[in-house]
Design a protein around this ligand. Structure first.
Ligand code: NAG
Ligand code: NAG
Length: 364
């Protein structure tokens, strides 16, 4: 469930101002993370989402995403993808023959191009959910991964990119599940702005006072959402795709322009983080249904940015590779010990009613 742009542009402007700072020496390491986000039932039923029925309500068909992403990963071993919602993956898996299952196992456990994130049945809410249900829904998905892919496929990164506010209880659960990192972006708008200014978008979160260090988890707030930088959506869902047109004889040859725009987008983000590594989420709701369109353009983007920019090094990555790269820097992070509640996505726009005015839902 993606929200539209902030109604009030003030925080956005402040945010841009704070992020036009200087860059670091050396090439910025740019981790491109192709992904899709799949609501397990929102404006369509889970079945309609899976089969791609009733696209007049929302264009979304999860079975096609898996089919085409697997093909594109096989055709280029540097490409990566990440999968979160096991409610959809398990359904698809059960429809595949052994040859396809073997091929997917190879992508997960050998070439490690396909990474499970979270891997619960769904990406659970953190405000109205009880910890028993959270543990149960995580167990269903994690058990499936363990039984079908073995221990090496176990997810190392928790990924709550579309959860509305975050509770320290969730940091505790993910830490105790053995996750090495936890990523999201829906935090209070002023908190985000302050963290961008002070470059504390990444931190260590200690979820439980009583359990202490054993509940600490590296936590990262995504720059401004879970989509790609503006202008770099190559998916069929995006109405204004600008493909990389690299034949110099073309009137609409645009490589230099595309590279310059990309470098600017990355440097803006880089100035809000302190490691010289930037993770870009290349995907959004129900994207990659025709994955070739995404991958062909991202392949070209990587090629031309690396060839033409002396400021960036761009490559396909996954959140766990990103966490490993950051970890190698031996940094000391700030410590967070409370919740990311209440959630306010704009001034005077609090999501507290979501949790307090639905007592029936909360009880349920
Ligand atoms: C597929 O693999 C399973 C498990 O190894 C096996 O029991 C089954 O007979 C295989 N099916 C076919 C059609 O080969
Ligand atoms: C980080 O610490 C490890 C272990 O002390 C050391 O081997 C490594 O060189 C350090 N890396 C950096 C970038 O300082």
């Amino acid at each position: 469930m993606a929200l539209s742009l902030p109604k009030n542009l003030l925080p956005l402007l402040l945010l841009l101002l704070c992020c036009l700072g200087s860059t670091r020496g050396g090439k910025v390491q740019v981790h491109l993370v192709p992904h899709t986000h799949l609501d397990t039932g929102w404006v369509k039923t889970v079945d309609q989402y899976y089969y791609g029925a009733h696209n007049e309500i929302q264009h979304a068909g999860v079975q096609y995403i898996l089919h085409t992403v697997i093909q594109e990963l096989q055709s280029n071993p540097s490409r990566t993808f990440n999968w979160v919602e096991m409610a959809f993956f398990i359904r698809w898996w059960n429809e595949q023959n052994n040859a396809t299952k073997d091929a997917v196992r190879k992508l997960v456990t050998e070439t490690r191009q396909l990474e499970f994130l979270n891997a619960g049945w769904t990406m659970n809410d953190e405000g109205v959910t009880d910890y028993n249900s959270i543990i149960d829904q995580m167990t269903v998905g994690l058990r499936f991964v363990e039984e079908n892919f073995g221990p090496s496929a176990r997810p190392r990164v928790a990924w709550h990119i579309d959860t509305f506010g975050h509770s320290s209880e969730m940091a505790t659960i993910h830490s105790l599940l053995g996750m090495d990192g936890f990523f999201f972006f829906r935090v209070d708008w002023a908190d985000r702005r302050n963290r961008q200014e002070s470059k504390t978008m990444e931190m260590v979160w200690r979820g439980s006072q009583s359990l202490g260090q054993s509940t600490e988890i590296f936590t990262g707030i995504l720059y401004s959402g879970y989509g790609p930088p503006k202008g770099f959506c190559f998916d069929l869902q995006c109405s204004t795709v600008v493909p990389v047109q690299d034949d110099p004889d073309l009137e609409e040859y645009n490589v230099d322009e595309r590279v310059a725009d990309f470098v600017n987008a990355v440097l803006t983000r880089n100035s809000c983080y302190e490691t010289g590594h930037v993770m870009l989420t290349m995907g959004s709701d129900f994207q990659y249904e025709s994955a070739v369109e995404n991958y062909l353009n991202i392949d070209k983007l990587i090629h031309y940015v690396n060839a033409k920019s002396d400021q960036l090094e761009v490559f396909y990555s996954t959140p766990s590779r990103y966490v490993d790269a950051i970890n190698k820097l031996n940094k000391t992070w700030t410590l967070k010990t409370d919740d990311f509640f209440p959630y306010s996505d704009n001034p005077f726009s609090y999501w507290t009613g979501y949790y307090s005015s639905r007592p029936g839902l909360k009880a349920y």
